[in-house]
Design a protein around this ligand. Sequence first.
Ligand code: GBH
Length: 573
Amino acid sequence: MGTSPISELHCCRVLIGDHLPSKSKVVWEKFSPQSKFQKKLYHYGTFPVGFQWGVSTSAYQIEGGWNADGKGSSTWDTFTHKPGMIQNNDNGDVACDSYNKIEEDLYMLRALKVKTYRFSLSWPRIFPNGYRASLNKKGVDYYNRLIDRLIRYNITPMVTLHHWDLPQALQDINGWDNITMIDIFNDYCDFCYETFGDRVKFWMTFNQPHTIAWVGYGLGAFPPNIKKPADAPYRVAHNLLKAHASAYHTYDDKYRKTQHGLVSISLNADWVEPLDVNIPREVDAADRALQFQLGWFAHPIFKNGDYPDAMKWQVGNKSELQGLSESRLPSFTEGEKAYIQGTADVFCINAYTTRRVHHVTSRLSPKSYEFDQDIAIKDVEDSQETAVKELRTAAWGLRRLLNWIKEEYGNPEIYITENGVSTNTATTDDDTYRIFFLKTYIDEALKAHNLDGVQLKGYTAWSLMDAFEWLNGYSVGFGLHHVDFKHPDRPRTPKRSAHYYYDIIRDNGFPLPEEEKPLWGMTTMEMLLVIATTKSTRMLTCSEDSRSTTTVSPYHGQEFCLTELQEKSMRQD
Ligand code: GBH
C-alpha cells in the first residue's frame, strides 16, 4: 500500500492537536474519583427565577391522524405498517390521538404549570410530499391552533422542526443521503418560520441527528433501515450539518430581526466513564466516545466548523489501513466550515444514560463507524436497569455530562431538551421509579448549575405522556401521564410523577428544608456522615418516592441509607 494523501490531509496535522490535553478532560479528573457516597449526596437549592421548566413530545409518537386531512406518509408510517417491525405490530396510526386532542393535551400542560412545551412538527402533515407545492392547509391549521392555545396559557412553544418522521416521498429520493435535501429542508424551515415564527421563538432544527445518521443509516434499526455502517452515516451527518446550518442562516437572514427568536439543534449524548481515570489511554478512549457521538455534530456547530480531531484521525487512519484512497469521513471546505461554525444560539441536549468505555484496537473489517472508534462499551456498575434495556439510569452522569459540555464548548447556555425514564405500561399511575429518577437527575442538574457554574437555562422532561415508543411500540412508556391505548378516547391520567414534577416546578428545585436534620434514630455511622456534610447537602435516601411508604425500592446497594421511618421523621421536623 502506497502512502495515501489523506494521511497528510487528515491525520498528521491533527495528530498534534489531538494529543494536547483537552480542557474537557478535567471533568473526569474532577469527578471520576468520587466515592459512591459523594455521588449520592443530596444538594438542596433552587434554580434562578425564570428557569424554563417544560415537558416534551414528538409528532409521530403522539399525534396519530396518520392520513387525516391530507397528511402525507412518513418513513415511520411505511415502516410500522410492515408486519413484524415493531413490538406487537404497534404503530402510530392513532397513538395518543393528539391530532384531535389539543384541549386534552393543554389540560395536562396547564395542570403541571410548565413554562414550556417542546413538540415537533410533522413535516408530511404540512408538506405531504415534502415540498412546499404540496402544502396542506389543514396541517398548518392544526399547528396554528396548538400554538395559539399554548400562547394563550402562557406556555412557551419549543418547536422541533424534524423529529425523524421524514415524508416518504423524500425518502424515495434517498432521504438524507441526497445532498438536495439540504435545500428541501431549508425551504420547509423557511415556511415554518414564516408561518409560525410570529409566536414560536425557540426552534430546534433536528432531534438527534446522531440517531438519524447512525441508527437510520448505519445500524439500520430505524427507518430508512439502511445498513451501511462504513460510510452512509458519515455522508448523512455531513448533509444534516449543512441542512442545519442552512436553516440557521435562513432564520438569521430573513426572520431574526423581526421575530427575535433563537435556533438550535437537539443533540443526544450518553455520559461516558473511562475504565480507569488514571490511565491516559483510557481517558482518551472516553473522550473519543463522546467526540464520536456528541462531538460529531457539536464540534462543527459550537467550535470550529469542523469534525473533532479525534474523529478525523481515527476515520482517516482506518480508511488508509483499509486501502481506501480517501477518508470515509468527508471533509468540509473552508467556506463550509465558516458557514457551519456558530450556527446555534444555545446548546440543547437530550440525556438519558451513562456507560463505561475502554480502549480496544478494533478490527478493520467490516468497515464501520462503530469500529472506527477503537472503544468497547459496557454498563457502568453504578446504574439501574429500566424497562428499556439500553437506557440504564445513573443520575450522577448528568452532572458530569453538563460539566463536559461547559468545558468543551466554552460554557454555552444549555437546555436539557429531553431527560426521562421508561416504565412498563403495566405500571399505570404508581410510578415511584420515575419520581426517584426526577428527584435524582434534576438534583444533579441543580448541582451542575449551583455548584459547578453550568449555565443551565431549562429542563424539559421526556415525556408529557406515554406515547408510541418507536421499536418498543406501546409496551413501555416515558410519560408523566398514563394513556390508555386500548380505549378509543385515549384517556390521559396523571401518574404520581406528574404531581411530583409539579412540586419541583412550583419550588423551582429543591429548597432547603426549614431546619437541618435531627439525628433521631440514626446509627453512629449515619450521624457522623450527616455531620460531615455541608449545610446544603444531605444524604440521598433509599426511598425513591418521598410520598410513598409502601413501595419496595428497586434501587439497591447503597452503603448509606436512611430507613423510610428516619426519612419521614426528618421531614416532619
Ligand atoms: C430519545 O432518544 C428520543 O429522542 C425520543 O423520541 C424517545 O422517545 C426517547 O429517546 C426514548 O426512547 O435500539 O439500537 O436502534 C434517546 C436516544 C437513541 C436511545 C436511539 C435509543 C435506539 C438504539 N436513543 N436508541 S437501537
